[in-house]
Write a protein that binds this ligand. Structure first.
Ligand SMILES: [Zn+2]
Length: 441
């Protein structure tokens, strides 16, 4: 509850900011009322039917506090009352969604930030690391004789700034989804339409207070190749262009060295996040490592939200002991990992080098999260006994099933969240007994 009050303070400056900022003006249209302007709290609760009643109730209470103080109210120039109500509903759905995963980042003070260049700021600890990254990238550009410029498009954004961006972007998303929303049961302003648009929006812009830009840890890189600025746009064609660029492959190979990672829950090749938890706590970063990403997956959720084979690729063939393929696997001997090894053959310890590295990182995160008495437990990794479905990623040692050593099923959602942070390519909170993770070849 207290944290909601800090939200209220965060938005107190939003109005002043908006008055000085050109607004997106959308043509005024007459839209027949569908009765949504009277959407009650009860209706809102039922629209979040994936929440337990208890959780939904808590959020409703938070809403009433938020609302009575006029916090988080969206604005849309030229919108009809129906459109504005609809926009508020979409915003509220996403705010609730994010609130379930963790608390909003508080506004950062100037003493917590340093300048990278110009107006671009990041958390103090991230600044020298990002400057090193820039320097290394520029040196590589020269060494490789490529025509590439790297700079910044965005770094720290205050929650107010994020709130304004959210409102600025909304009319576009509204228009882009209009035809589809009209085809849904309940019409373009119905509950289904609101849920649909909320999902559409959430994959394109983070809800204010929950973006790593608000936490001073995310940078959006500006990439110009052969004189062409490769846009940071969520349109598939630009993402494809980004991922075909020289800079993208350089970043994939080197950004981790400086503590910068892709955020796997979104598909933004330009967006890199500094992960304090992947550097050691002795570097003085522990103080805000906890605020990092309180990511918790819900049962049956996987990250990214694509099919496993589309992310990590199908298996080529089952790896058999004693073959050259088997020799490419490594044996994980990490003492901070418990291997179930019910086969008694040590098979669970064999995995690809990539999988093994992420497993070691996750083992550290588990201890960081729950203390040294809880360890990461691997119940299955490489499988030589045909215990999985015929195309299972386990047969190539690229997949593993994990729990915590205490087998506490209430920890699995957070374990899956930590696995996302550890950098597994695909993470699936599969059932009440385990989380499944896998890696590309
Ligand atoms: Zn970004």
């Amino acid at each position: 509850m207290m944290l909601r009050y800090s939200n209220i303070n965060r938005f107190s400056g939003a109005k002043a900011y908006r008055n000085n900022t050109p607004r997106v003006i959308t043509r005024k249209r007459s839209i027949p009322s569908l009765g949504l302007s009277n959407l009650s709290n009860q209706d809102r609760t039922t629209s979040f039917n994936y929440l337990s009643p208890k959780v939904a109730e808590i959020h409703e209470k938070e809403y009433s506090i938020q609302r009575s103080l006029g916090d988080g109210r969206v604005e849309w120039s030229g919108a009809t009352p129906e459109q504005l109500t609809f926009m508020q509903t979409v915003y509220d759905i996403n705010y609730t969604r994010y609130s379930r995963r963790g608390t909003a980042y508080p506004e950062l003070s100037n003493s917590e930030l340093d300048t990278v260049t110009g107006n671009y700021k990041l958390r103090k600890a991230a600044v020298p690391k990002f400057k090193e990254l820039l320097e290394a990238a520029r040196a590589a550009i020269v060494a490789n004789g490529v025509n590439v410029q790297i700079s910044l498009n965005s770094a720290y954004r205050s929650p107010e700034h994020q709130f304004n961006l959210w409102m600025d972007y909304f009319p576009n998303y509204y228009n882009q989804t209009r035809t589809h929303r009209q085809s849904l049961e309940g019409g373009e302003y119905g509950d289904k339409a609101a849920q649909y648009l909320a999902k559409y929006v959430i994959s394109r812009i983070s809800t204010p207070g929950f973006s790593n830009h608000n936490n001073g840890l995310a940078v959006d890189i500006r990439n110009t190749e052969n004189g062409e600025y490769i846009r940071n746009s969520s349109l598939a064609s630009w993402i494809t262009k980004w991922k075909a660029s020289w800079l993208w492959s350089w970043l994939v190979d080197h950004a981790n060295t400086y503590g910068f990672y892709q955020e796997t829950s979104i598909n933004e090749p330009w967006h890199w996040v500094f992960r304090a938890s992947n550097l050691t706590s002795s570097q003085g970063l522990k103080d805000y490592a906890g605020a990092l990403e309180k990511k918790v997956l819900r049962l049956r959720q996987h990250v990214p939200n694509e099919k496993e084979y589309d992310v990590v690729g199908r298996i080529f063939k089952k790896i058999v002991r004693g073959t050259p393929e088997f020799a490419t696997l490594v044996k994980n001997e990490n003492e901070n990992i418990i291997f179930k090894d019910e086969e008694g053959t040590g098979a669970d310890r064999y995995m690809t080098d990539k999988l093994s590295q992420k497993m070691n990182r996750l083992a550290d995160l588990v201890i960081e999260e729950w203390g040294t008495h809880i360890k990461l437990r691997v119940t299955e990794a490489w499988d030589e006994d045909n215990e999985h479905a015929s195309h299972s990623i386990h047969y190539e040692g690229r997949g593993a099933d994990i729990t915590t050593s205490d087998r506490d099923s209430t920890k699995l959602g957070r374990l899956a969240g930590l696995a996302v942070l550890a950098g597994f390519d695909w993470v699936f909170y599969e059932d009440n007994s385990h989380v499944h993770v896998s890696m590309k070849k």
